[in-house]
Write a protein that binds this ligand. Structure first.
Ligand code: OAD
Ligand code: ZN
Length: 256
């Protein structure tokens, strides 16, 4: 039920009553009791120069991400999978955090443990902007793990011809990434945070990959405030109280 999956063919009917804001006049009021749950997607790193998955340029050498980010792709063609993640490592190393990442680190300084950031991104730009309470539900780009020993370790290497093998047991080493059909990391911890949050902010995700795309519905069942920030409406736009149309770097610094 938790496995990573793509919602196909669904187009949200946008509620006419939805409140919409523009980048220049949107603020999020937070009281001393509020607990902020933030979910980010590829869009928050777009202004750092990292391509999103489903926008223009979302194809890699003619492959959709769902074709290289699966256990089946790994089984059939580990070289292709490692080339894909090596390219992403190279791109992420060259990128710098943007004003959107920095605004989230700044609001965390103010809220402390009343802040929780769940990201679908595997890059490390949130950490490099200063965020501390970050959970990478889809894994981390700069970690790998042996298929058999299964213990993640820090790995910044690029594997474009020779594939890595475990030094202990000789099995193949794979990216520490959650692929389609696999279970995202620490779902229980995420749901516990959603259960005690009072405000949910979602930034830069198309709302097409579950379970993350369903977090806003959980917030709705608890009747807590929800806001989406991004340049276009996500597929699950109908579920949000507020939609702020603008980029992360434009909107987030002015939000608090
Ligand atoms: P998508 O590529 O599906 O969506 C990116 C979203 O970011 C779109 O809704 C854009 O409108 C928005 N966006 C673009 N530029 C932006 C900006 N400057 N500021 C804010 N938003 C912007 O990426 P995700 O929804 O993150 O999983 O994709 C979810 C998952 O699917 C990924 O984590 C990845 C992928 O397959 C794995 O690889 C495991
Ligand atoms: Zn091993």
């Amino acid at each position: 039920m938790y496995a990573l999956r793509l919602h196909r063919g669904f187009r949200a009917v946008v509620r006419q009553t939805m409140k919409r804001g523009r980048a220049d006049n949107c603020r999020m009021e937070l009281s001393a009791e509020d607990r902020l749950f933030v979910l980010t997607g590829a869009g928050i790193s777009a202004e750092s120069g990292l391509a999103t998955f489903r926008g223009s340029g979302g194809l890699w050498n003619g492959h959709r991400v769902e074709e290289v980010a699966t256990p089946e792709a790994w089984e059939a063609n580990p070289e292709l999978v490692w080339r894909f993640y090596s390219m992403r490592r190279r791109d992420a190393m060259a990128a710098q955090p943007n004003a959107g990442h920095r605004a989230l680190a700044k609001v965390e300084e103010r809220l402390g443990e009343r802040f929780y950031l769940c990201t679908q991104n595997v890059d490390d730009l949130h950490e490099r902007a200063g965020s501390q309470r970050v959970h990478h539900m889809h894994g981390r780009l700069f970690e790998s793990r042996c298929e058999r020993c299964a213990v993640p370790f820090v790995d910044t290497a690029l594997y474009e011809s020779v594939l890595p093998m475990c030094e202990k047991c000789g099995h193949a080493v794979r990216p520490h990434i959650v692929w389609f059909g696999e279970i995202p990391l620490d779902m229980d911890g995420i749901y516990a945070e959603l259960d005690r949050a009072t405000v949910v902010l979602v930034v830069g995700t198309s709302g097409s990959v579950y379970p993350a795309a369903g977090f806003v519905s959980i917030a709705n069942r608890r009747r807590i405030r929800t806001m989406y920030v991004g340049p276009e409406e996500p597929l699950n736009a109908h579920a949000f109280d507020d939609i702020v149309l603008g980029t992360a770097a434009e909107v987030l610094p002015g939000l608090w």
